[in-house]
Design a protein around this ligand. Structure first.
Ligand SMILES: [Fe+2]
Length: 340
């Protein structure tokens, strides 16, 4: 196994990134570049190291990791990129920094619509884009995404920037369902239904519903669990009730977190061990309980807070078709002046 510090350039890059570069454990190491929050992933990596003896070196960033791996080229120490959102996974593939993950185990565990047909990315957890509805002002217990853009909605919506990738994925899914012309009309309708200019993150949508600025907040499933477990944010969750919207004649919009195997992974065998471990029962249960995500693996219990929303019926469209329309969705957001 090649050591990270065997290459001067990589070693410097790791030192600059604040990564530990002391000698690896006997079982070696694996280098992970990630956009995910440390609070979730560190317990996962600690458990992996405990199970396998393989040390995990982490480089965290808010953006630019694909570019960084590309710039590092054949000398890149990156083994695995762990990220959220289908468009980011596809971006990594388009950047040419991935190689196919060949794993019979993963093919058994991860349904085809949650992995790249060529194996360049695999999802490891799921989240749904849902509604935090005012307990006080909203009587409806079911909604269609189509309703968000309806002139007859009679409820105000709070949502983060239309350009955030959680929203462009939802809007891209709408394009896949209804075509671009109808999606544009719908997005204009959604803009007209906003209670305020798009702002904040998903949790702030619940906060603003609690404050009476809107009746419906749009956000991801796991934030509801995170709010309930934060003293400061619990009142936001308590003021709202979750509705799992569906497309008319379809299911609920689901996005994923996932992994790619770096094209020049210096510790490929360990990278594969980590990737397969992330789809294992222990890691899946940690995704469910630490971050309130839906396990990608069937048979792993969903956290009780999330299970209480009711059964999730994920829309059957392949995620790769959503990624194909994400640029078109971003263009529509600009065209209708969604954030203005
Ligand atoms: Fe998030």
């Amino acid at each position: 196994m090649k050591s990270v510090c065997g290459r001067v350039l990589s070693c410097l890059a790791l030192a600059a990134a604040g990564m530990t570069t002391t000698s690896a454990l006997a079982q070696g190491e694996v280098n992970v570049y990630t956009y995910r929050e440390t609070k979730l992933i560190q317990p996962l990596f600690d458990a992996f190291t405990k199970d396998t003896g393989i040390r995990v070196n982490v480089v965290s960033a808010a953006n630019g990791l694909e570019q960084r791996v590309r710039t590092e080229g054949a000398n890149s120490p990156a083994d695995v990129l762990l990220t959220v959102d289908i468009s980011r996974l596809e971006e990594a593939v388009r950047a040419g920094i991935t190689q196919p993950i060949k794993s019979e185990l993963l093919d058994k565990v991860v349904a085809p619509r949650y992995r790249d047909p060529e194996g360049h990315w695999y999802a490891v957890s799921m989240r749904a884009r849902i509604v935090y509805a005012s307990k006080e002002r909203v009587k409806a217990t079911a909604l269609n995404y189509e309703d968000f853009g309806s002139a007859g909605l009679n409820h105000k919506i709070c949502i983060r920037s239309g350009q955030h990738y959680y929203n462009t994925a939802l809007f891209a899914a709408y394009i896949v369902k209804h075509g671009e012309a109808q999606a544009e009309q719908w997005l204009r309708g959604l803009k007209a239904n906003l209670g305020q200019r798009p702002s904040g993150g998903d949790r702030e949508a619940a906060r603003d519903v609690a404050a009476g600025k809107c009746d419906l907040g749009i956000g991801n499933t796991y934030y509801y669990g995170l709010m309930l477990n934060s003293a400061a944010q619990k009142p936001w969750a308590d003021a709202t009730r979750v509705i799992l919207p569906t497309f008319k004649g379809g299911g609920t919009h689901v996005n994923v977190s996932g992994v790619v195997l770096a094209r020049h992974a210096p510790n490929k065998a360990n990278a594969m061990k980590l990737i397969e471990w992330l789809a294992g029962e222990k890691a899946q249960q940690m995704h469910a309980d630490l971050n309130f995500e839906y396990p990608i693996r069937t048979g792993v219990p969903i956290n009780a807070t999330i299970a209480a929303f009711g059964a999730l019926n994920p829309d059957p469209m392949p995620l790769s078709s959503i990624a194909e329309k994400s640029k078109a969705a971003a263009n529509l957001v600009d065209k209708v002046g969604f954030d203005n």
